[in-house]
Design a protein around this ligand. Sequence first.
Ligand code: NDP
Length: 316
Amino acid sequence: MVAPQFTLNTGAKIPALGLGTWQSPAGAVEKAVYHALTVTGLRHIDCAFAYGNEREVGAALAQVFSEGKIKREDVFITTKLWSTWHNRAEANIDESLKSLGLDYVDLYLMHWPVPMNANGNHPIMPTRPDGMRDLDEGWTWQQTWKAMEKLVEAGKAKAIGVSNFSEAYLKELLKDAKIVPAANQIENHPLLPQDGLVKFCQEHGILVTAYSPLGSTGGPLLADETVTKLAQKHGVSNGNVLINYQLKRGIAAIPKSVTPSRIDENAKTVDLTGEDIELLNGIHKAQGLKRFVSPPWPVNFLFSEANWGENFKPLL
Ligand code: NDP
């Protein structure tokens, strides 16, 4: 079975399954992207300025396009505006487009609603002398969204969306947005199903994309007992169960791998039943909610304060 496509609120189609590229090193990422497109048949690549490997992703895309079998318009490419570039949205997309070798991206996401100092002590994760994250107090993510809306007019992004937005943040955004976000990319897996946020997004025509569907680095959820039982029941791999847990719920998934055999394996679809989904939802009920990707700044709108350590600072 081929993974389905979803339709964005712009009318554009997005393949429900994409390839993630975070923590995909140079050398490996070119091969992974080339393999995913030419062998596996994926048509959706998830990138970000902050991953530091857009040039390498771009090299793979250039090779694929130069071979002529796959055209630019056949591939859905997402990238993301980084926190230290909130007050320079156009410059940030220009950097990404240059590295990727593209004229436009299909989807441009605000990576986090957290503007950080553009001139701090680190280009990606600046900190203040006291060790606190160097937030940009003079700029708001609402201003960033307005600048991102202009990128659609400029033809640099076919669609814009957000990432790591809670329901409260989305409501705030929707109050004044000319463009409703096409997508909200969030951490999602059986230990963090975020059903309320998913429902809110789906009711507002915002596609949810699941990041870290395998539990992020090393894919810890692949070893889960319930996942294993369901994989055995359907004669598929554990990764297939976790990825199709998303697709079945109307959520796009972007598992990362730089291992060609895993990229192929992860692309198999399986029709999970409602009962299977319930069993997978039972995992967090038994083990508690767990977030695998915790950036070093407080994002109180997504999780309880207890999860966020010393740097807690309310954003709303
Ligand atoms: P994933 O849940 O996709 O897990 C990736 C890990 O699982 C890697 O270590 C990979 O190893 C391993 N893996 C993949 N497939 C298999 C398999 N079949 N068997 C065994 N191991 C496997 O984690 P990510 O956190 O990378 O999330 C996916 C993507 O989501 C990211 O790459 C990025 O594009 C996006 N993302 C977005 C964020 C945001 O803030 N918007 C935050 C985090 C991620 P290997 O590569 O060695 O094969």
